[in-house]
Design a protein around this ligand. Structure first.
Ligand SMILES: Cc1cc2nc3c(=O)[nH]c(=O)nc-3n(C[C@H](O)[C@H](O)[C@H](O)COP(=O)(O)OP(=O)(O)OC[C@H]3O[C@@H](n4cnc5c(N)ncnc54)[C@H](O)[C@@H]3O)c2cc1C
Length: 443
């Protein structure tokens, strides 16, 4: 590790102002209407909806509730669907493609309403998101997408030509991009803390440090085994997303836990943030390796995230790699140190869609595909509404994701996938450089 990559802490930056609560002193009830496995956004969202409807609920987490992805993410409320409308139509038909896009909009708006109505102090700011293109063809695609969002979904979105890029991002790295104003930033740990408070206030029991080791029985009469005793439950919800374990080997063949990493800089010198992110928008780019960045809510530091590339241990190179990418975009950050670097797991699946489904009577809300602040809170709510007998169905609610050949839960292939995507990104970027008459994008 060189001097610049010497990192102060491997704990999430968010835990300074929003340390997760262990909840280990809560006692496990003997029987409940609904037992929920996992107390991240999905589990707590289901717990709030069910408890407010008068159901007895226990949300049980093997670790500290929130210590999964829900207090360690980038805090960008993207509600992203990875597939384009055309790809969705090809795979799932026009009707579901339209419904999914409408539901993404509804889910995003529902989150914003929830934060406001419930007075959750989570530094929410509807700042907008700039997406950067690496080549002319990517710019054209972003411009088409912005047009589609504006015309068909009524979302304020527009293309940003190369000459205007610096209005939003202080770099010459991009070949233009697009802006959509329906995406913002939150403090993810404060959102989780707010949801935990609401769940408990509604009467749900949220227990930490208790692993669920087995679920047996059938709908209406489940026995949920934990390492601290068993509970009887009429319904069970699995909300384990990228932190799934041996509880359900069939699920482990369908959900790939992919490591995602975030680095945070030391406080920037005065005036620097105004040059890097003049409008304080959230930023992502079109690279396959999915880099994203934003200012911390206090405007002092840059938070930069992307794929980690490993599946075990905690080597230094992913931090160095992210730092190199960050400096590639903002050469001014070359001499700025890092205060934090941490990783967490997102949940991918073959359909590249978050999902709600039921199997052998058990309900599932899972598969965030990297974008779960909007989607998994919504999915937890949808599962709860289904249990409560709500007539309307979610477009996320269909068959379980398909299994992945030769995969049993350990993403051993991630380093190879990372390398392939890195090469693909280099090729896209070389196209971009050629398209700009050979002007280099990186220092
Ligand atoms: C580094 C990183 C950056 C991200 N950035 C963004 C972003 O900017 N925007 C965005 O929208 N999304 C982002 N995400 C994704 C988002 O954080 C997740 O999709 C979301 O938090 C998932 O919530 P969840 O409740 O489904 O799962 P989690 O919060 O991961 O919770 C699952 C819980 O299940 C528990 N569990 C598992 N097995 C058991 C068991 N057997 N018994 C009991 N408990 C169990 C785990 O302990 C864990 O606490 C990011 C994720 C990461 C890791």
């Amino acid at each position: 590790m060189n001097d610049r990559t010497e990192v102060g802490s491997t704990r999430p930056y968010w835990w300074i102002d929003g340390p997760p609560r262990d909840q280990e002193n809560r006692s496990l009830p003997q029987s409940v209407d609904v037992a929920i496995v996992g107390a991240g956004y999905a589990g707590l969202s289901a717990a709030i909806t069910l408890a407010r409807a008068g159901r007895s609920v226990a949300a049980i987490d093997k670790g500290v509730p929130g210590e999964g992805a829900s207090t360690r993410n980038g805090g960008i409320t993207s509600g992203n669907i990875r597939l384009s409308h055309r790809q969705l139509t090809r795979r799932f038909g026009r009707e579901r493609a339209d419904a999914l896009q409408l539901e993404a909009k509804a889910a995003r708006e529902d989150l914003y309403r929830f934060i406001a109505d419930e007075n959750i102090d989570c530094d929410f700011r509807l700042a907008g998101r700039f997406a950067g293109a690496l080549s002319q063809s990517q710019y054209d695609e972003l411009a088409r997408e912005a047009e589609h969002l504006r015309r068909n979904l009524g979302i304020e979105a527009y293309a940003v030509p190369l000459a205007e890029t610096r209005t939003h991002v202080g770099t010459d790295f991009y070949h233009g991009g697009s802006v959509r104003m329906d995406v913002g930033g939150i403090h993810p740990a404060k959102l989780h803390a707010g949801m935990l408070r609401l769940a408990e206030a509604a009467g749900a029991v949220v227990v930490g440090g208790t692993a669920i080791t087995g679920v047996s029985g059938s709908e209406g009469a489940f026995t949920v085994a934990t390492d601290k005793g068993s509970i009887a439950a009429r319904q069970v919800i699995i909300a384990t997303n990228g932190y799934l374990d041996g509880l359900e080997p069939w699920l482990q063949r369908r959900i790939v836990p992919v490591r995602s990493r975030i680095i945070v800089t030391e406080p920037l010198p005065p005036g620097m943030m105004d040059r890097l992110l003049p409008t304080r928008m959230m930023v992502s780019d079109k690279r396959r390796l999915t880099y994203y960045y934003r200012s911390t809510p206090d405007g002092q530091r840059l938070l930069f995230g992307g794929r980690d590339g490993t599946f075990e241990g905690d080597p230094v190179w992913p931090t160095e790699h992210l730092q190199q990418e960050m400096v590639g975009i903002f050469p001014e950050l070359r001499d700025v140190g890092l205060s934090h670097s941490w990783f967490g797991y997102v949940a991918m699946n073959r359909d590249m869609l978050p999902r709600v489904f039921q199997r052998h009577g058990v309900h599932y809300a899972t598969g965030c595909c990297g974008s779960g602040i909007v989607w998994l809170r919504w999915a937890g709510q949808k599962v709860a509404e289904k249990i409560l007998g709500a007539p309307s169905r979610s477009a996320l609610d269909f068959r379980p994701p398909r299994s992945i050949p030769l995969f049993k839960g350990k993403a051993w292939f991630m380093p190879a996938v990372f390398t392939i995507m890195k090469i693909q990104d280099r090729i896209s970027m070389a196209d971009g450089v050629a398209g700009r008459g050979g002007r280099r994008l990186t220092p």
